[in-house]
Design a protein around this ligand. Sequence first.
Ligand code: ADP
Ligand code: MG
Ligand code: ZN
Length: 464
Amino acid sequence: METVIGLEIHAQLKTETKLFCGCRADSAGPPNSRTCPVCLGMPGALPVLNKRAVELAIRAALAFHCEIHPRSSFARKNYFYPDLPKGYQISQYDEPLASGGWLELGERRIGLRRLHLEEDAAKLVHQGGRSLIDFNRAGVPLIEIVTEPEVRSPREARELLQAVRRTLRYIGVSNCDMEKGELRCDANISLRCGDRAGTRTEIKNLNSFRALEEALAFEEARQRALLLAGREVEQQTLDWDEASGRAVPIRGKEEAEDYRYFPEPDLPPLLISSDWLEEVKRGLPELPEERRRRWRAEYGLPEYDIEVLTEEREIADYFEAAVRLFPHPKEVSNWMMTELLRLAKEGELRLKPADFAQILRLVEEGKLNRSAGKELLEECYRTGKGPEELLQERDLLQISDAGELSAVVSAVLAENPQAAADYKGGKEQALSFLLGQVMRKTKGKADPKLARALLLEGLGPNRT
Ligand code: ADP
Ligand code: MG
Ligand code: ZN
């Protein structure tokens, strides 16, 4: 039995205003404060298409290698539900903005069916036995990306959604903040036996990577058990109940005819000129997959480093800026991954790449040892001061002056005759102890290589 999965992914476009009116499209603001006759569905109110939303949808379609149609159109998708003030959603149906295309997943390519524009519905809030409606979200622009049923496992579905998120964030199309519902997905799954296709079920509104993977794993196991028992899978729409870890049926699957799709009479066809298309293309940055390929060739970094550092565009840009100033990619990567990203965990990368590169250079030149370098980096990060300024204020420069350091070494040897004798008697670890003492006396500022050499010189030959 083979698992067959296809996703329908919704992402909120990063526009100032809604898809068909001038109301703000952000989620801030008290409930129902961002509304007007258009997004409240008042009779006679007319939609006007938001050009920026179209541009962002085109960007996404280009990034996913879709064919973008010079002419597409809007349609009304009718259904009756309190979150839908007009009684229909304006979407695209038989003439979507874009079709075809693919997404890269490591070595695999997952085909896309279509990418289209649509408006979001309002938000229902169920509390204290009542249901409240917030229309702030009604009319917010979304793109829907529909994949081919080419995903083979719940794990792969998760990776696919992660790749979509990475790309959309990279190209500035959506923030994809899943906690705010800016990226969500419906997952379709069936099990194929040989060349006999199975009946599929659809799990609605999955809004975290974990929910997606767990819901699909649950449904995969449920369908498999049914089929192995010689029973049939029923075509259904399911809701994922996170608390119980079960997918529960909400209704029989609706068919396209249930929605009575028809052309939206209040909007003209959407025409995209080749000039505009070219202009949007020129504005597109290097995509994460392209960047990964280039880095593999250019920097020779381990795959893990490449994955971590290309996950967000800001971080990848930072890495490249730092490498230009300090051309040791692996060293830059190490310091970024262990130090900088740890500091920046909750915030942005406040340290300038030039200051970061300078600290690495000071370490490289032996003016700072590694631990002093880390300390300086943290200080710069927290205070916003440059490394030069802080070095003057604080006494961090490494002691690499042999004269100054041999005085310390002599003192350490005199104070620790036992350790010295142990070393001479063949106990290697005694040397680390003595080196530790030198570091302590210099508050960590001794150049470790030089200190070690001086110690060996002072100790003379050992027996081994
Ligand atoms: P609908 O019109 O019912 O929404 P579509 O044909 O547009 O159906 O497909 C919706 C989603 O279901 C797509 O992501 C597609 O890949 C997926 N899908 C289609 N057939 C199957 C199947 N047999 N098993 C799993 N997913 C499927
Ligand atoms: Mg569908
Ligand atoms: Zn409005």
